[in-house]
Design a protein around this ligand. Structure first.
Ligand code: NDP
Length: 399
């Protein structure tokens, strides 16, 4: 079918690349390009020999000219951005210059401001439209599948959705007192920021971890979960008509929270550069360097994730509730692609998003959030490619 350029070769990219190779009818050729090309070469070594032709390249994704040269050389149908959120705009610029479709899994964040907002990427709307190309934003799990679940609920089960609670539970245990399941810098920036939720047309801000609930997750069990701000709240608030409240909760264990508080109290989670032995360092980046590499957690993580959405609304004049979720097993993911479930649940939808554009199943000119497209083919692909979902029409609700 076509060619994809995958930028980044970390935890999420590794899963997406495995999945592209399993889906060789669509991904006939891929190029893995990242800052550290040896990682790309190692993965190529492991995966080549199948039907998907693999090449690698070194690229600095902060450099638009380098990106343009790479895209012009490889001529992909889609660029799948699985580097860090800081690179979103440079990669979008290169896609514009070369008229190439773009997919990512996380919204742009400036390095010096820990704040998720779509405004920078939404500002590309007219330019992408004029260029006649598509940008698909947020094709991971959350954001990503959570937006697809919302579009699916709206299409099939509700006349109006009034409330959405997104519940992200990681019931996995890696045996370390403290480690993060994906890029530590991104993860810690997310959880130390103020929380917020959307209610009656406005944002309500909370202190970090201020709102706690307990939920009994199917196939995982009872966990503490905390309200966080999360990027899909912003787009769902716009795209799900009639919505009155959207909240996002993530589970955290006590050991994780205690360590995080201590690291925060001593200043290790700060993104303000400090002078150390004549050199400027960012404490959070130093912390990342001493924490376990998320990729190394795969073999030692046991248990399951459960991520899904609970909807409350109206159908045919009657109140209705609906819960749709995926359960993913860390060890099964590891056996299949050599990564734990957090990378797996992000990498699979990233591959599917790229596939939707490569096959022309999803078409559009401009910048789109995932819930703006027809959810049905994506939902079908989730079942086929390793993230089957389950439904409950009488779920336990979150107060
Ligand atoms: P990793 O840190 O494991 O991987 C990031 C990769 O990007 C590395 O290969 C890194 O290279 C590369 N990279 C970083 N900077 C540059 C650059 N300037 N030029 C070229 N390559 C670069 O991160 P993850 O795989 O955990 O996360 C990838 C993305 O997925 C992030 O944007 C994250 O926010 C997002 N994500 C989304 C989720 C969702 O559900 N929507 C959930 C989890 C993650 P090097 O090897 O040299 O460090």
């Amino acid at each position: 079918m076509g060619k994809a350029l995958i930028i980044g070769c970390g935890g999420v990219a590794s899963v997406a690349i495995h999945k592209c190779c399993q889906n060789s009818e669509v991904f006939e050729e891929i190029c893995i390009a990242s800052r550290t090309v040896s990682k790309c070469d190692e993965l190529k070594e492991k995966l080549q020999g199948g039907k998907t032709k693999i090449s690698t390249a070194k690229v600095d994704a902060d450099n638009v000219d380098e990106l343009i040269a790479l895209i012009n050389d490889f001529k992909p149908d889609v660029v799948l951005n699985l580097a860090l959120p800081y690179q979103d705009l440079t990669i979008m610029d290169a896609c514009l210059a070369t008229k190439t479709n773009y997919v990512d899994t996380a919204n742009y964040e400036p390095l010096d401001t820990a704040k998720f907002e779509y405004k920078w990427q939404w500002a590309y709307q007219d330019k992408f439209k004029e260029a006649g190309i598509t940008a698909l934003l947020g094709s991971g799990f959350d954001p990503g599948v959570t937006g697809v679940f919302s579009a699916y609920a709206m299409k099939h089960y509700f006349d109006e959705i009034h409330e959405i609670d997104i519940l992200d539970c990681n019931g996995g245990d890696h045996g370390y007192p403290f480690a993060t399941n994906f890029n530590p810098e991104i993860n810690i920036r997310e959880v130390t920021a103020n929380g917020s939720y959307w209610e009656n047309g406005e944002w309500i801000e909370t202190e970090p971890m201020e709102i706690k609930r307990v939920y009994d997750f199917p196939e995982v069990g009872t966990k503490d979960m905390y309200l966080l701000h999360h990027e899909e709240l912003e787009s769902l608030a716009l795209n799900i008509k009639g919505i009155k409240r959207i909240r996002f909760f993530m589970t955290f264990g006590q050991s994780y929270l205690t360590h995080l508080k201590c690291l925060e109290n001593v200043g290790m989670t700060s993104i303000e550069p400090i002078e150390f032995e004549g050199k400027q360092i960012v404490p959070l980046q130093f912390l990342k360097a001493v924490l376990p590499d998320p990729a190394s957690l795969g073999p030692r993580t046991v248990g399951k994730t459960n991520i899904g959405c609970i909807f409350k609304g109206i159908k045919d004049g009657e109140p209705k509730t609906y819960y749709v979720y995926n359960v993913c097993d860390h060890q099964e993911s590891y056996r299949e692609v050599g990564s734990q479930a957090i990378s797996y649940t992000t990498g699979v939808p990233a591959m599917i998003g790229a596939m939707m554009l490569m096959t022309g199943t999803w078409k559009g000119e401009g910048v789109f959030n995932i819930e703006q497209f027809d959810p049905d083919p994506f939902m079908e692909a989730l079942n086929k490619w390793g993230l089957p979902w389950k439904e409950d029409f009488n779920p336990e609700l979150v107060d």
